[in-house]
Design a protein around this ligand. Structure first.
Ligand code: 13P
Length: 263
């Protein structure tokens, strides 16, 4: 983390877990445990039906509510889909786009991810763009090329001022939900690579401002070593974000590493 240049971001991704009744006690507990800090953001990305309860429960706090997906279309005949305008209207501030589970189970291509990212920006929300390789791709040694391609395709046509309002998460698929975390060195290498792609596309100043997160079996025990890496600016946390005690310990690890100074 380097909070001198950019804010830290700790994002929970509940995936398809928890029910409406769980939201209020969760929010109360997390509000007690995670103190407000100027240079970091905390948010939870909840399933669509839980959004109103989450927005209510976190109102007036420093914790924001995110969604896990969005339609690439603005409105109309898309049964089962939710538009960016509907999410914004519901109080959502962040939207995950291109999560590997969407790519894997719903056939999302890089060009769909690009359209979703554009839709999220169009409504003034912050996209969290997920990229990452499979185990097979890592074994072939092509993770760098693959992630470079994913980043370039997803950001295609995005102006610099909107890049500065974008978050990127490196999530190696082999580390998601497996308990097999990337080593701090592997996470650093890939997050630094993502930043070098941003530098190439937008220049050093813009690249320096974008938070790049790590996701994949992050927990209270391994968070500090991962977040200590200079290009790992936070975490996108699945399983461990379901419990406010565990999530708050990850947030506390980030707070211990905060660099004095201003973003
Ligand atoms: P886990 O933390 O459960 O491995 O999930 C990571 C993830 O996919 C977050 O988006």
């Amino acid at each position: 983390m380097n909070t001198r240049y950019r804010r830290a971001v700790l994002a929970g991704n509940w995936k398809m877990n928890l029910l409406c009744g769980d939201v209020k006690p969760y929010a109360q507990r997390l509000r007690e445990l995670a103190e407000r800090r100027a240079r970091r953001e905390v948010l939870v990305c909840v399933p669509f039906p839980l959004i109103p309860a989450a927005v209510r429960a976190f109102r007036g706090s420093h914790i924001a509510v995110g969604a896990q997906d969005v339609s690439e279309e603005p409105k109309g005949a898309r049964t089962g889909e939710v538009s960016a305008a509907q999410l914004r209207d519901a109080g959502v501030k962040y939207v995950i786009v291109g999560h590997s589970e969407r790519r894997q189970y719903h056939g999302e291509t890089d060009s769909v991810v690009n359209r979703k990212l554009t839709a999220v920006h169009g409504e003034g929300m912050t996209p969290i763009l997920c990229v990452g390789e499979t185990l097979e791709q890592r074994e072939l040694g092509i993770q760098g090329e693959l992630v470079t391609m994913q980043v370039k395709a997803a950001l295609s046509g995005l102006p610099e001022e909107l890049l500065r309002r974008t978050i990127i998460a490196y999530e190696p698929i082999w580390a998601i939900g497996t308990g097999r975390t990337a080593s701090p060195e592997q996470a650093q290498e890939m997050c630094a690579l993502i930043r070098s792609v941003l530098r190439q596309l937008y220049g050093a100043r813009a690249a320096r401002a974008v938070p790049v997160l790590y996701g994949g079996s992050m927990n209270a025990d391994n968070a500090e070593a991962l977040l200590r890496q200079p290009d790992v600016d936070g975490g996108l946390v699945g399983g461990a974000s379901l419990d406010p005690e565990k999530f708050s310990r990850i947030i506390a690890a980030a707070d211990r590493l905060e660099t004095p100074g201003t973003v």
